[in-house]
Design a protein around this ligand. Structure first.
Ligand code: HQG
Length: 179
């Protein structure tokens, strides 16, 4: 398997469907590395530990992390299954960005940004990332989020290991479309 293919499959099982290969994530999202490799192999996804380490090290968005002694692995964010990543609240920059598709705008401007299948709404500190994220869904639109005002109003922000800003929801009054 190529690194990209491995990364995609790991995202699937470590964020969304561990049961696909008969594993369970613990409460913090971790799974034993030996067990993971064994279960991958049992499901026609044979990779060795060196390949796994390479994927963790070189992944473009640093999607995965090992624990200190590298016996366990988890996804850094993006889960739909219930996990507690144990992230500490952080003060965000004054402005954050969210990339979405133009077709979603009417609904977003009516309901605000909702986490949909994930635990949080994902925001970035740079427009380039937002643009790329939006493109995944269609014609990209960048939304500017008044995270400073949200913080003042009591919203809690978290920063994932791989630098994605996370918040439960973004009501409409904090959202404007980029000019
Ligand atoms: C949209 C990638 C209608 C929201 C990225 C988005 C990110 C609404 C979609 C991470 C809505 C959800 C997450 C509302 C939100 N009405 N549409 N009220 N509220 N939406 O994939 O932020 O490659 O769950 O705008 O880098 O696109 O997976 O979230 O378009 O960090 O590592 O509903 O996924 O990382 O889509 O992406 P997603 P996202 P990875």
């Amino acid at each position: 398997m190529q690194p990209k293919e491995i990364s995609k499959f790991l995202s699937l099982v470590l964020r969304h469907q561990p049961q696909l290969i008969g594993i369970e994530l613990d409460a913090q999202g971790w799974v034993d590395v030996t067990l993971l490799l064994q279960q991958l192999a049992a499901h026609q996804k044979v990779i060795n530990k060196a390949q796994l380490e390479e994927v963790v090290r070189t992944n473009d968005k640093q999607r995965f992390a090992f624990n200190e002694d590298k016996t366990r692995i988890r996804a850094n964010q993006g889960h739909s299954v219930t996990v507690d990543l144990g992230l500490a609240p952080q003060t965000p920059p004054a402005i954050l960005y969210h990339g979405t598709a133009e077709k979603s705008l009417p609904s977003i401007l009516e309901q605000g940004l909702l986490p949909q299948q994930r635990h949080h709404v994902h925001l970035s500190k740079d427009k380039t990332t937002a643009h790329k994220v939006g493109q995944r869904h269609g014609k990209p639109v960048i939304l500017v989020i008044d995270s400073e005002k949200m913080t003042k109003d009591g919203f809690t922000f978290y920063l994932s290991e791989n630098s994605v800003w996370l918040v439960a929801t973004v009501p409409t009054q904090y959202i404007r479309r980029e000019e």
